[in-house]
Design a protein around this ligand. Structure first.
Ligand SMILES: [Zn+2]
Length: 474
């Protein structure tokens, strides 16, 4: 039994001074001055007590060509725990393999390794033509506890689907209660712009943003929103990166379409000037969508604050500097063009604290912070029956967050399995003092505690239900 005593409990509905009692891995009571003889007392005075955070977008051990994202389920979930995250939802599937193969592989990767609980999304690259067959396929995902799929509108060589496929997925999602996520970038336009840059001899990382401008994102969101509307479905836009994209999300919802969105800390903090550094340094900032301009950062903070963007996730997909240099073909002499640089940034450990800086700076209401990192991802991804809030009976996933703790975001101060940090040199104020996963302390002061590999369980998720508009952060 753990008694978290004297903290300020923060939930999307508000905050209050309260104790939290965790018994047998679950939240047993929340209220003032709980008396629990025999419980281990954790002093939370001066701290915020929040639901364990949920990262709805990670890529652990993702193969990209000849290299693999640096964190596996063990190092990735340890890093997550150190940063206050008690559940991740990772994307199973690396290409056009069958859903069975993808789920089998990801289950094998996670079991015995994960330190905190995890769910799986499925990356889908084809959908049966026959609607009944498509619905049966999606229903079979749900039976296996997978309540969401992602389709890519980019990467023709590996992942991209055409609009007809996306439309079939959206239709099947309505019938089965899955949530369709989209990587919204117009792949054909990216191909055209990439060919142009390469023809001009622009092969370095600094040319990468020009091949994926904001309009490429905005156009894809417009199409996805329309297809969702035609199907009577909702659609969830992963890693929203631009002001133009956000305008499309808002316009779609204003027109009665149902578009949900997520952004990531890199789009709130980093800008494309990072790609102007030396090639080697700049390569560490290659990701898709690319980093953008200050106006985009500002717009995304406002979208997160007003709930147009519901979720703050990470798209955690780090690579080591040497894998970046070798590129996806693992060439001895290194990558030849920006296309070969494996893209993605580390983030699973730093999300909560980076979001909290927005609270400190007055950009993000406290309740929106906790909704976007914990409660909204639980609500949208079928986890509310076990996680995402401090309600009695839910899993004892609790974070004692010290709003005054200082933490440097250098790679050697963090636990993600990469040798560089996009936030190197930055010091944040506010870091988890204690992370509790189902009643076990898995991290203290940003270091692993009883973080035994294999203690994390697969969480079966429930069908998607369009959120109640009365709730904050719809
Ligand atoms: Zn991703």
């Amino acid at each position: 039994m753990l008694l978290v005593r004297g903290g300020q409990v923060v939930e999307p509905s508000g905050s209050q001074r309260a104790d939290v009692l965790i018994d047998s891995g679950r939240i047993a009571a929340v209220g003032p001055e709980i008396d629990a003889p025999g419980a281990e007392i954790l002093d939370a005075s001066g701290a915020l007590v929040v639901p364990g955070a949920i990262d709805a977008h990670t890529h652990f051990g993702l193969p990209v060509g000849e290299v693999r994202s640096a964190d596996d389920f063990e190092s990735g979930t340890i890093a997550a725990a150190c940063g206050g995250t008690t559940c991740v939802v990772d994307f199973a599937g690396a290409g056009r393999e069958s859903p069975d193969v993808a789920l089998g592989e990801w289950t094998a990767n996670a079991s015995g390794r994960a330190v905190i609980d995890y769910g799986l999304h499925l990356t889908v690259t084809s959908v049966p033509d026959d609607p009944a067959e498509a619905a049966r396929l999606f229903a079979s995902f749900l039976e296996r506890g997978v309540a969401s799929v992602k389709l890519y509108m980019a990467y023709p060589e590996r992942l991209m689907v055409d609009d007809a496929t996306l439309a079939r997925a959206l239709t099947a999602s309505v019938e089965t209660g899955l949530l369709v996520c989209v990587h919204a970038e117009d792949g054909a336009e990216i191909e055209r712009l990439t060919a142009r840059e390469l023809e001009l001899g622009h092969v370095g990382p600094d040319a990468h943003p020009a091949t994926r401008p904001p309009e490429v994102e905005a156009a894809a969101i417009r199409r996805a929103a329309q297809l969702a509307g035609d199907a009577g479905a909702a659609v969830y836009v992963v890693h929203l990166s631009s002001a133009a994209g956000l305008r499309e999300v808002r316009a779609a919802n204003a027109n009665g379409l149902r578009v949900l969105a997520e952004t990531c800390p890199q789009y709130l903090y980093l800008t494309e000037d990072r790609l102007l550094a030396t090639s080697e340094e700049a390569a560490n900032f290659v990701c898709a969508p690319p980093l953008r301009a200050d106006v985009d950062r500002e717009a995304l903070w406002s979208g997160l604050a007003d709930g147009s963007v519901q979720v703050l996730a990470t798209d955690h997909c780090p690579f080591t500097t040497s894998d970046r240099r070798r590129g996806v073909y693992a060439r001895e002499e290194g990558w030849r063009t920006f296309r070969e640089i494996p893209g993605g940034l580390p983030g699973v450990e730093t999300r909560l604290a980076l979001g909290f800086q927005g609270v400190r700076q007055g950009r993000l209401p406290l309740v929106r912070w906790i909704d976007s990192v914990a409660t909204a991802p639980a609500r949208l991804f079928g986890l509310s029956h076990v996680k995402g809030s401090l309600a009695v009976g839910l899993d004892g996933d609790v974070v004692v967050f010290d709003p005054a703790a200082h933490h440097r975001l250098d790679a050697d101060r963090l636990h993600m399995a990469t040798d560089h940090s996009p936030y190197a040199g930055m010091q944040v104020t506010g870091w988890p003092a204690i992370t509790i996963s189902r009643g076990t302390i898995v991290a203290r002061d940003g270091e692993p505690w009883e973080a035994a590999p294999g203690r994390g369980h697969f969480v079966r998720r429930l069908p998607f239900d369009w959120p109640n508009p009365e709730l904050p952060g719809r």
